[in-house]
Design a binder for this molecule. Structure first.
Ligand SMILES: [Fe+2]
Length: 273
């Protein structure tokens, strides 16, 4: 009798365990992404970058997400190249720590050069081919530090540069085709200012930590870029033979030809916890 009772207990435990495992297996990829972001950005804020381990964890989750996981296909209206080059943003989640969203770009559409102040940004190309050009400031670090490329930084000469220009180092200038690995940019490295040009219909899943926030000074600023040789380079410590790897950036108004619309996200929902 006792044994039978024990067997019954075991059956109940096994049953509960299998149910628990089934529930775990049912966590959708976007829910897993949200759960991971909650952990990764828990102790972060402006200019506070997650640890390398946490960054790798989030990259691994993003690397596994596909277009099917967010119910997107290149033949959807968002990506129709026959209408005006309207870029659509589907927001999956936003809180004060992070945001998750998808940019849907029809062929030939462009998100002009813009910054991500104080943010760490993860970008996963879900499908398509995209050209990415990105820069980091040459003068963001304290005097005496060397940047990761070993170039001595200049002091903040912003008042002495011509006509509101500021020197930047070219970080990326290449085409990427899905499925490529998730890219990460940081507040002062990794190409914090970038420009996206869709070579085909593209979808980009973006995670921002923290999100843009005008009241907190995290405003999306757009820029023009000019060859370094277009203006005097006094005080910019770049050897002549490397000048192609640098540019002047200049702030601009929000581009009038950029049409960026929000639309409801209709894929698997996130349960906020
Ligand atoms: Fe961006």
């Amino acid at each position: 009798m006792r044994i039978e009772e024990n067997r019954s207990d075991v059956k109940v435990k096994v049953s509960n365990e299998s149910k628990r495992k089934r529930r775990q297996k049912k966590v959708s990829p976007v829910q897993r992404l949200y759960n991971t972001c909650k952990e990764v950005f828990a102790d972060c804020g402006p200019d506070i970058v997650p640890s390398p381990e946490k960054i790798q964890t989030l990259v691994a989750v993003l690397d596994k997400i596909s277009q099917a996981d967010v119910d997107l296909r290149p033949n959807m209206l968002f990506f129709d190249g026959n209408r005006a080059p309207i870029i659509t943003y589907l927001q999956l989640h936003e809180c004060d720590k992070f945001s998750i969203g998808i940019f849907c770009l029809p062929p030939s559409s462009v998100i002009p050069l813009h910054n991500h102040p104080g943010m760490t940004v993860f970008s996963k190309l879900l499908f398509g081919t995209m050209h990415i050009k990105s820069y980091d400031w040459l003068d963001t670090k304290d005097k005496g530090d060397a940047n990761p490329d070993g170039v001595a930084p200049v002091a903040n000469h912003s008042n002495s540069y011509p006509d509101g220009l500021r020197p930047a180092k070219l970080k990326v200038n290449s085409e990427f085709t899905a499925h490529c690995s998730t890219s990460v940019l940081y507040p002062t490295d990794g190409g914090n200012m970038h420009c996206f040009t869709a070579k085909t219909a593209c979808a980009v899943l973006d995670v921002l930590g923290p999100p843009y926030c005008d009241p907190e000074g995290r405003h999306c600023q757009y820029y023009f870029d000019y060859p370094l040789t277009d203006f005097p380079v006094d005080g910019v410590p770049v050897p002549d033979e490397e000048k192609d790897g640098y540019a002047w950036l200049k702030e601009r108004e929000n581009p009038e030809d950029l049409v960026l619309l929000g639309a409801p996200y209709d894929g698997p929902k996130i349960t906020e916890t």
